[in-house]
Design a protein around this ligand. Structure first.
Ligand code: SF4
Ligand code: SF4
Length: 197
């Protein structure tokens, strides 16, 4: 599935690899869901407007290239009304700041961790963490695609050569930069940016 944006945004030379990485992950998630539905007779519970996970999950990994993508989207693409909701949300710590009502305000550039988190069977209850209540229903992340996506976004971290990228993957370069989406200081990032205007 194409993450459909103009990739020639000159102010953001890394944008293309970020979107390529997300397309690879989406492809892997689609394939994993299709396989579970076909072979395991599973029914995907996740659907638009179902956002209990965005409230109940406290530890949501996010990486610097993803933060950059969210910043780009919020400053360059987000509709004014959604920006107003976001700025309001930044003052509350109850849920993910990008959850507007029951919808993700940054759906197209949401982090890989959100993209791969899918649940079968019934939708999660408020405060339910299906990792603990019914792990069998949680989609096993398509690790091969995730690795390929991380390999693809290496130029964001200044690593372009094919062999250097493989070394950086083995050294866990990207994983060493992991942060938590819920505790990241988005307010500081967005202060004095176009988002606030
Ligand atoms: S993970 Fe659970 S709460 Fe989140 S969209 Fe899927 S079913 Fe709904
Ligand atoms: S970024 Fe979007 S999908 Fe991820 S937790 Fe926040 S609202 Fe939910």
């Amino acid at each position: 599935m194409q993450v459909g944006f103009d990739r020639s945004d000159r102010g953001y030379p890394w944008l293309s690899v970020l979107l390529d990485g997300y397309e690879i992950i989406d492809e892997g998630v689609d394939a994993a869901i299709r396989a579970a539905v076909t072979r395991g007779n599973r029914i995907l519970a996740c659907h638009k407007g179902c956002g209990n996970c965005c409230i109940s999950q406290t530890d949501i990994p996010v990486y610097p290239h993803e933060v950059a993508g969210i910043y780009w989207y919020a400053t360059e693409k987000m509709p004014q009304q959604a920006r107003a909701v976001l700025m309001n949300q930044l003052d509350t710590l109850a849920s993910c700041p990008f959850l507007g009502g029951q919808e993700c305000l940054i759906h197209a550039v949401r982090p890989a961790s959100c993209r791969v988190f899918n649940v079968f069977g019934s939708p999660c209850q408020p405060d339910e963490d299906p990792f603990y209540t019914r792990q069998f229903d949680v989609l096993i992340p398509p690790q091969q695609y995730i690795n390929e996506a991380f390999y693809t976004v290496m130029p964001f971290y200044g690593v372009k050569d094919r062999y250097d990228r493989m070394d950086a993957m083995e050294d866990g370069l990207i994983h060493s930069k992991i942060m938590n989406l819920k505790t990241y200081n988005w307010k500081e990032l967005f202060s004095e940016s176009e988002v606030e205007r």
